[in-house]
Ligand binder design. Sequence first.
Ligand code: GTA
Length: 315
Amino acid sequence: MAEAPRPKRKREEEEDGAAAHDGAAATEPFPLAELRLRRVLRESARDKAVFLHGEGDGLMGTDAVVILEKTPFQEEKVLELLKKHTKLELQMRNDIYSTYHLYPPPELSEIKTTVVYPATEKHLQKYLRQEVRLIRETWEDYKNITLPFIQSQSFSIQWVYNILEKKAEADRIIHENPDPCNGFVLVPDFKWNQNQVCLLLLPWKRKELIDRSAEKIFVILLLIDGGEAVAKRFGVPGSQLRVYLHYQPSYYHLHVHFTALGYDAPGSSVERAHLLADVIDNLAMDSMYYQKRALTFALRADELLLKKFQEAGRV
Ligand code: GTA
């Protein structure tokens, strides 16, 4: 099904000095209590999430990123919450209005926790709150600046190969199309937070929209097959799904995001997300479409790629 594992590129092996993990040892829980907190990278009251930089003590490697995120309420558990809360502390009362601190039992107060360990400097930068700048990248810019840059350094995609080779997350696969040319696996995205569909479609075949020439037939199949699988499994019709690609992505193995329309997923903003249906139409009009037009994306102020654009006098 999956293509034979291909040799790793040098950059993937070396990516910021991080060791690549094949996922085989992923059964042990992470020793969270042993981490020292170095700093809060970012905090979001809106997303009820905090991004932490931790330091391991006696753990292999040193830096870790820990993301703590309060999970949304699940309708079927709300009644349980009202019945089983351990304490209800009055905060204020005024006429017919009152507010409280409700303390839920542990089984109803889960916090989604994401750990990146060992984390590279690039991971720390990625999660650090920073200003961003918009870039308008022409095809020439892509060839002269972006492509050489991403070929020289980008995040390891070992985790993608682990999924495709069933070394990790095998029990989470939602749908599989075994066709070696146009097939893919559909898995819950890292960011899935219980009650809003958030999936990732990973083709067996490595492709990069980044080469701006994705084959039309291939992406159409992804849209149709992926959409059918989601509708069948979750009962979410295509009209309620946001199906898109990121440009620039963080990970350079072409992948498609499937998120519920009602979920304000990180990365679904106009400067990053390209609806797959639009990509297909654009390629149908002109197979060279993405080699003719400029593409806009945002880069963090300290990102090396931004520096490359600045040095080339393009920003
Ligand atoms: N199933 O191991 C994995 C895995 N990893 C390492 C990444 N993803 C994974 N999914 C599985 N297993 O949607 C997912 C990511 C992402 C997709 C890659 O693969 O969740 P992309 O290449 O277009 O990169 O997509 P993207 O969107 O930049 O990645 P990412 O990491 O989601 O970052 C975007 C922004 O989202 C971040 O800067 C941050 O602001 C926010 N964010 C990231 N993770 C979280 C989180 N856990 N909770 C809340 N916000 C988050």
